[in-house]
Design a protein around this ligand. Structure first.
Ligand SMILES: Cc1cc2nc3c(=O)[nH]c(=O)nc-3n(C[C@H](O)[C@H](O)[C@H](O)COP(=O)(O)O)c2cc1C
Ligand SMILES: [Fe+2]
Ligand SMILES: [Fe+2]
Length: 393
């Protein structure tokens, strides 16, 4: 295992995790992921930018076999998928100094028990000259932890962006080759990790737009030699108005709620509203998160179980609220048997988002013609609201 050259004086020493299928014990990873780390070699000094998830320490050690000296280890982000191997790197290179943000210092002590005297705090905009290669550190809090920084290397016009712009994709391609594939992998990443911090990221994108960037080197997934591809995508996800789309996560034990879901899907389709139904018994929750990035309306389909929504529907609603998408409207449909408090419980859950709550359509047992008519009316209300807002695809 050898470092892979990226450009003169910059090498890739990260690891590709082909087999990982779940991130944060939450989001499925159909295409694996990678933990990117980079060596930057100046005339005088050598810096390692990030480490790898500790399960890949053996690979990193092997790649650093012929690197006798590391002067600086840049910690962009304390999370263990990038800093978990840091204590081992610092043991191997006892003269190396950690460069990071003030916030990260305490976090490195707390999370990884790094000795405080090995850490040097870098202010926003501060630089380190490696000899012909300058590392300029930029504060980038809340992408997606409070301590995060990125590094800009002006001589090569490279932005080491850490989790920002990252994608969950295992590949041997150094740079993006299939933009469609990376778009979805990066959107999956954005939806789970970044979307709750949309407003902060908007400011970061404006700050980064002022830099002359030829290559973005993130901490997950391939590098971007066409930075506009991912920066434009982020601008769209963060700032553009939501689309004429209803996301419809649902669960049904005996089919009654499912009849309602299929009827509403059909009614909305006839009203020219795009619908994305997700049967929570079988769906990839990451696909649901992706769909929430630009949906205008969320309708939850759930039967009543022990007085409230089915736990799978409650979970989906809880996740949707936590991810803080651009949703404008939310509603509930479903079947119950004798007594339900599902509506109250879901409405309470939705208080965290500034959405208009639509009139629920709840029926006892198997839906009747009048229940289906109520769903037709709900479809008309949604289509009307989307039209007034002039939402498009
Ligand atoms: C485990 C379980 C618990 C239930 N708890 C309630 C309840 O507390 N209140 C109620 O009105 N119905 C309750 N029901 C009945 C269902 O809500 C009802 O059968 C509904 O029509 C099921 O819709 P589905 O066909 O979409 O699964 C429960 C059903 C099951 C299987
Ligand atoms: Fe992270
Ligand atoms: Fe990460």
């Amino acid at each position: 295992m050898q470092p892979l050259p990226i450009m003169d004086g910059i090498e890739f020493v990260g690891s590709v995790d082909w087999d990982r299928r779940l991130f944060d014990s939450l989001i499925p990873l159909p295409d694996g992921t990678s933990y990117n780390a980079y060596l930057v070699k100046g005339r005088d000094k050598v810096a390692l930018l990030d480490t790898v998830d500790p399960i890949f320490w053996d690979q990193l050690r092997e790649k650093l076999r012929d690197v006798p000296r590391i002067d600086y280890v840049v910690v962009h982000h304390v999370e263990q998928d990038h800093s978990g191997s840091l204590p081992l790197v610092l043991e191997k290179y006892p003269a190396a100094t950690v460069l990071t943000s003030a916030k990260a210092r305490g976090m490195l002590v707390d999370h990884l028990h790094v000795a405080e005297e090995r850490i040097r705090v870098m202010a926003d905009g501060e630089t380190i000259d490696l000899g012909g290669k300058t590392l300029r550190f930029l504060a980038m809090p809340w992408v997606h932890w409070p301590e995060t920084i990125v590094t800009y290397l002006p001589e090569d016009r490279v932005l080491f962006s850490c989790d920002l712009f990252g994608s969950h994709l295992a590949t041997t391609d150094m740079y993006v080759t299939d933009e469609g594939l990376v778009y979805e992998a990066a959107q999956r990443y954005y939806a789970e990790i970044m979307m709750p911090f949309r407003t902060v990221i908007k400011g970061h994108l404006e700050k980064l737009a002022k830099l002359d960037i030829a290559v973005i080197a993130p901490s997950h997934g391939p590098l971007y030699d066409r930075p506009a591809f991912i920066m434009d995508a982020y601008r769209d996800w963060v700032m553009a108005p939501p689309h004429n789309t209803v996301v419809l996560p649902f669960v049904s034990m005996h089919g009654s709620t499912e009849i309602m879901v299929r009827h509403l899907t059909d009614a909305l389709q006839r009203q020219e509203v795009r619908v994305k139904p997700f049967n929570l018994a079988v769906t990839d929750i990451g696909k649901l998160a992706i769909a929430l990035v630009d949906a205008a309306t969320l309708i939850l389909g759930t039967p009543t179980v022990h007085l409230g929504p089915h736990p799978a529907a409650y979970y989906a609603a809880k996740l949707a609220v936590a991810l803080k998408p651009k949703l404008l409207y939310a509603g509930l449909i479903g079947s119950y048997g004798w007594n339900s408090r599902a509506t109250e419980q879901v409405v309470e859950l939705c208080q965290g988002l500034k959405m208009e709550i639509l009139e629920p359509v709840i029926c006892r047992g198997l839906p009747l013609a009048e229940d289906l008519a109520a769903l037709d009316r709900l479809a008309s209300v949604i289509a009307g609201k989307h039209r007034v807002r002039q939402l498009t695809d």
